[in-house]
Design a protein around this ligand. Structure first.
Ligand code: AHM
Ligand code: MG
Length: 333
C-alpha cells in the first residue's frame, strides 16, 4: 500500500537536489482536495447547492462550491512559504501572498472546481492545478511568474470528484493516479505509470456546436463517426461536460477530447492556463498529445490570465489526425 505522501517522497530520487518543497506543495494540494471532496460529498445535505449570487470574471454565475473550493485552495497554499503567487480561474487578478507570510519559489495556478454545472446533478467535477518555478528572483510574485508557457510546468494534475475521488499528477516522470480511501483519509496509489494509447476508442466533443465549426473540425469529427474508414476507424462517443471526467476516461481507456473554436467563440471555451496547459502536460507525460488544432498547447506563450484556446487532446495519433485534417481543410492561419 503506497500513500501519496510516500510516493511523492520516493519521486524525489529523480531530483538529486530536491529540497522537499515540491513534495510538500503537492501534499498541500492533496489536503485541499480532501477538504473540497468532503464538502462536495455533503453538498446536498448542508444546503450548500445553488448559486452564491456572484459572478466570476467570465460573467459566469459562481456556485457556492466554486467559492468554497477557490478559498480552500488559496488557504492551503498562501501561508506555507512555498508559493510566491497564485492565479485562479475564479479570480480576475493575480493572487498575492498575504502580508506577513514569506514568498516561496513556486507559482501555482488552478481551476478550483471545473465542470461546476455538474454540481446540481450530482455528476463528476474536478480541480485542476499546475506548478511553475517562479521567474522573478525575489519579493512578491508577479504576473511574469504565472504567465509561463506550459512546457515550463514543473508538476500538474487534477482531482476528480466522481464515484470515488482520484488525484492524478505528474512531475514530469510518468503520470500516476491515486484513489482516496475515505475511511483512512489517504490517497493510495491505484494507477501507477498511466500511459494513453495512441489511438483511442472514444471521442468527446460537444456536438451541439457542430454547425458553427470550421469545415476542418467538422471533417475530423465525421472521421470519428466512421465516415472515412480508409483514414481512421470510427469511435464511440462520450461527453460528460466536465473536462476532468472526459479527459480522465480518455486518458485511461484511450480517446480524444476536442473543444474547438467556433463561429460564436473563435477560441473555444477552455482557458489556457487553468485547464488546457495542465491537461496538455499530463497528456504528453502519458505519451499523448495536445494542440489547439495547429500548434502544441505547451508552446503557447500566455499573454493574459484568462485567455482561451481551442483544445484537441488525447492519443497522439488521434491528435495528429485532427491537426492534419484542420491543416488540409482550413489552411494554416
Ligand atoms: P467551467 O470551468 O465553467 O466549469 O467550464 C469548463 C467546462 C469543462 O469542464 C467542460 O469540458 C466544458 O466546460 C463543457 O462545456 P460545454 O457545456 O460548452 O460543452
Ligand atoms: Mg473550468
Amino acid at each position: 500500500m503506497t500513500t501519496l505522501e510516500r510516493f511523492i517522497l520516493d519521486q524525489e530520487r529523480f531530483h538529486p537536489d530536491a529540497t522537499g518543497e515540491l513534495t510538500n506543495l503537492l501534499y498541500d494540494i492533496a489536503l485541499a482536495a480532501k477538504i473540497i471532496a468532503s464538502q462536495i460529498r455533503r453538498a446536498g445535505l448542508v444546503n450548500i447547492l445553488g448559486a452564491a449570487g456572484s459572478t466570476n470574471v467570465q460573467d459566469e454565475e459562481q456556485q457556492k462550491l466554486d467559492v468554497f473550493a477557490n478559498e480552500t485552495m488559496k488557504n492551503a497554499l498562501n501561508h506555507t512559504g512555498r508559493v510566491c503567487a497564485m492565479a485562479s480561474e475564479e479570480d480576475e487578478t493575480l493572487i498575492p501572498i498575504p502580508d506577513g507570510y514569506p514568498a516561496g519559489k513556486y507559482a501555482v495556478l488552478f481551476d478550483p472546481l471545473d465542470g461546476s454545472s455538474n454540481i446540481d446533478v450530482n455528476a463528476s467535477v474536478g480541480t485542476i492545478f499546475s506548478i511553475y518555478l517562479r521567474r522573478t528572483k525575489e519579493g512578491p510574485g508577479t504576473l511574469e511568474d504565472v504567465l509561463q508557457p506550459g512546457r515550463d510546468i514543473i508538476a500538474a494534475g487534477y482531482v476528480m470528484y466522481g464515484s470515488s475521488v482520484m488525484m492524478v499528477y505528474s512531475a514530469g516522470h510518468g503520470v500516476h493516479g491515486f484513489t482516496l480511501e475515505p475511511t483512512i483519509g489517504e490517497f493510495l496509489l491505484s494507477h501507477p505509470e498511466i500511459t494513453t494509447p495512441p489511438v483511442g476508442k472514444y471521442y468527446s466533443v460537444n456536438e451541439s456546436n457542430f454547425g458553427r465549426w470550421s469545415s476542418g473540425v467538422q471533417r475530423a469529427v465525421r472521421g470519428f463517426h466512421g465516415d472515412e474508414p480508409d483514414r481512421i476507424a470510427g469511435k464511440n462517443s462520450r461527453y460528460v461536460g466536465a473536462l476532468v471526467a472526459d479527459f480522465h476516461r480518455n486518458l485511461i481507456a484511450g480517446g480524444v477530447f476536442l473543444y474547438p473554436g467556433d463561429l460564436k467563440n473563435p477560441l473555444g471555451k477552455l482557458r489556457l492556463l487553468y485547464e488546457c496547459a495542465p491537461m496538455a502536460f499530463l497528456a504528453e507525460c502519458a505519451g499523448g498529445a495536445a494542440s489547439d488544432g495547429r500548434q502544441r498547447i505547451l508552446d503557447i506563450m500566455p499573454t493574459g490570465l484568462h485567455q482561451r484556446t481551442p483544445l484537441v487532446i488525447g492519443g497522439k495519433d488521434d491528435v495528429d489526425y485532427v491537426n492534419e485534417v484542420i491543416a488540409a481543410e482550413d489552411g494554416g492561419s
